[in-house]
Every structure is written in structure tokens, then in C-alpha cells.
Ligand binder design. Structure first.
Ligand code: WQD
Length: 353
């Protein structure tokens, strides 16, 4: 029996595939490679020494999605596939709703028609909108602030209705906080298209010389140093949370929302300092206007994940910075080209402290 991983070539998907294979699971990867690269699939195989089937399929293609279930004995699905750029979603709402929501409906139809009712869904802390207080527990009011977040919220509601209609389903809604870091090998990592939206890939691209300086979005928040505070979690800890969720859903029925975070918040400037300490590279930055829609603080209470699945994050911020930097150093252009020798102009700056 196998686990179908949609979006398995993506950042969190690829790290979860590695953990699944190393735990002895059989996997099948489905990805349309719009937001990921086939090279990441090869890297998963290189890290684990394991083979698996990969389908280059769009979830909107009903026939082909159903064919995956016909051709493989799938007993659970981990569903990562989806667009996730907050800013882009504001300009392309229909694209986001169609891709993320309709894609999930097609997947669930295929699961239902093939009697597969175990699902781990990649949700996000963005469903909490602007939290009134922190740390956030799963019973907090939900209210997304952008089309991307609303797709996650809508999918959660769809899955809740699906469970009410058929109690044989077992569903985990995993609400990620801020995933960063990379596999120890440096072979897989975060490879954003274009200029990164998120903090850590932006920092590592400054460090490797691809970007000039970091823009710090605002320093007037009511936080320790005025910059935004987030709950950064190592992507490997996050991947392991999916295996715990898989254990939970394959041994019971029901639907549960679970926060996956560390419960500890770091400000933007604390992240810059932590990265500089680890990399010995100075990260130049300038403070600019706050980013619309940004919360001052967003941190998780993940006690429920520990209570229900025995999961908690184990890796600290230094390890997250070390692992992010190793990936970026080894892959300055992500999966496109993986050797600094291909880009002699890229000098890895070594800061003098
Ligand atoms: C972190 C902090 C920024 C970039 C987003 C999505 C969320 C999830 C994780 C998908 C904030 C500051 C950032 C930069 C900066 N993704 N920042 N300069 O916004 O907390 O969450 O990614 O599920 O849904 O909303 O993450 O990394 O963009 O920002 O100052 O160039 O870094 O203001 O305080 P965010 P982020």
C-alpha cells in the first residue's frame, strides 16, 4: 500500500517524501511542476536510495488523477499541491481559487471514488488572519486576510463537511507556522520562483550574493525590537509532523486541526543576527514600510499536536539557519543549476566581524 503525496516535489513535500521513504513507506508523487522542479525528485531518490513513481499531473485533470488511484494501491494521501504566494493571490484570485480549491475537490472525488478516505491536508497559520493574541490555539477565531489564506480556510471547511457527510473519513488539517531550514544533506531545500517573498530565502540569497540587501518590513510593531515576530519551524520537524498525522489518521476516523509550530517567536532582526552568527556573513538591511496585512506577532501553541500525535518540534533556530545556509551555498540557483562553479561571479561574502 502506498501514500500519495501531491506536491511531493515542493519544499515541504520533498522533505516529507524523504521522511516517508526513510520510515519504510511506499510513496507515489503527483506534481505539475509549476512551482517545483523535477530535479528535486531526483534528489529525494539520491538521499534515500529509494525508487518511486512520479506523475507529472495537474490536479485539475480529473481523468489522470483518477488513473493514479487505478494504477496504484493508495491507502492515504498527503495533499501539499497548491499555490502559496500571498501577494500573488491578491492579483490572481480566480487562479488561486481554481487551482487550490477546485484541485482539492478533484482530488477528494477521486479518493472517494476509489474508497481512499485518509487525508493529511497542508493548511496554514494564515487561516487565523490577524491573531488577537499569541500563542494561537486551534480554537481561535478563523479569518483569512487574502485569497491564498481564504483557499486554505475554504478547503478546511469543505473537508469538515466531507467528514460530516461520511464518518469513515479520517482527516488531519495541519496548520503550519513559518517553515525554514533544509535537509542536512543540502540536496533539497526551499527554491522560490523569482525574488523570494519569505524572510529566510531572502536572507540566504543576500548571503550568497544574489540579492543586494534585505528590506525589513517595518520596525514600529509592539515587539521587542519593533520588527515582526514569527514562529519559525524546521522543515524536517514539520515533515515528521506529517508522519505522526499519518499514524493518527490511519488508526482512527475523524477530522482534527493541528498547529505545527515551536511556540517560540523570533523577530526579523533576531533572525538576521542568528543567521549572521551561523554563517559569519553580514546581512545588510534597510527598514522600509510595513507589508500590508502583516501581523506583529504570530506564534503557535502546539500542545494539541503533542497530546494527539506525540509530536513536538525539536530543532532550534541555529540549526534552522545552518541548514538553510548549507542548501543555499550548495545550490545558489536552486535546482536550476547546482554548482557555484557555474557562476564564478557569485562570491560568497565572508563578513568581517
Ligand atoms: C516573516 C517576517 C515579514 C520578508 C507567510 C505566509 C504564510 C506561510 C509562511 C504559506 C514578517 C518579515 C519578510 C522580507 C521582511 N506561507 N519579512 N522582509 O508572512 O509570516 O507568512 O509565509 O502557508 O501563509 O503568509 O512569512 O517569511 O513572508 O515573513 O521583513 O523580505 O519577516 O514582515 O514579519 P509570513 P514571511
Amino acid at each position: 500500500m502506498a501514500v500519495l503525496v501531491t506536491g511531493g516535489a515542493g519544499y515541504i513535500g520533498s522533505h516529507t517524501c524523504v521522511e516517508l521513504l526513510e520510515a519504510g513507506y511506499e510513496i507515489v508523487v503527483l506534481d505539475n511542476f509549476n512551482n517545483s522542479k523535477p530535479e528535486s525528485v531526483e534528489r529525494i531518490k539520491k538521499i534515500t536510495g529509494k525508487e518511486f513513481q512520479t506523475y507529472c499531473i495537474d490536479l485539475l485533470d480529473k481523468e489522470k488523477v483518477n488513473q493514479v488511484f487505478q494504477e496504484n494501491e493508495i491507502d492515504a494521501v498527503i495533499h501539499f499541491a497548491g499555490l502559496k504566494a500571498v501577494g500573488e493571490s491578491v492579483f490572481l484570485p480566480l487562479h488561486y481559487y481554481h487551482n487550490n480549491v477546485t484541485g482539492t475537490l478533484v482530488l477528494c472525488e477521486a479518493m472517494k471514488n476509489n474508497n481512499v478516505k485518509n487525508l493529511v491536508f497542508s493548511s496554514s497559520a494564515t487561516v487565523y488572519g490577524l491573531p488577537e493574541q499569541c500563542p494561537i490555539t486551534e480554537d481561535f477565531r478563523l479569518g483569512a486576510l487574502n485569497p491564498y489564506g481564504r483557499t486554505k480556510l475554504m478547503i478546511e471547511e469543505i473537508l469538515k463537511d466531507l467528514y460530516v457527510s461520511d464518518n469513515e473519513w479520517s482527516i488531519a488539517l495541519l496548520r503550519y507556522f513559518n517553515p525554514i531550514g533544509a535537509h542536512k544533506s543540502g540536496l533539497i531545500g526551499e527554491d522560490p520562483n523569482g525574488v523570494p517573498n519569505n524572510l529566510m530565502p531572502y536572507i540566504t540569497q543576500v548571503a550568497v550574493g544574489k540579492l543586494h540587501e534585505l528590506n525589513v518590513f517595518g520596525n514600529q510593531y509592539s515587539t521587542k525590537d519593533g520588527t515582526g515576530v514569527r514562529d519559525y519551524i524546521h522543515v524536517v520537524d514539520l515533515a515528521k509532523g506529517h508522519l505522526k498525522a499519518l499514524d493518527m489518521i490511519t488508526s482512527s476516523t475523524g477530522i482534527e486541526a493541528l498547529n505545527l509550530g515551536t511556540g517560540k517567536g523570533y523577530s526579523v532582526l533576531e533572525m538576521v543576527s542568528a543567521f549572521e552568527k551561523v554563517s559569519k556573513i553580514r546581512i545588510p538591511y534597510k527598514v522600509v514600510a510595513p507589508r500590508p496585512g502583516d501581523a506583529a506577532v504570530c506564534c503557535a501553541n502546539s500542545d494539541k499536536a503533542f497530546r494527539m500525535m506525540g509530536w513536538k518540534a525539536e530543532k532550534g533556530i541555529e540549526e534552522m539557519c545552518e541548514d538553510s545556509w548549507r542548501w543555499q551555498k550548495m545550490n545558489p540557483y536552486g535546482y536550476e543549476m547546482n554548482n557555484v562553479l557555474d557562476h564564478p561571479h557569485l562570491s560568497i561574502k565572508v563578513g568581517i566581524f
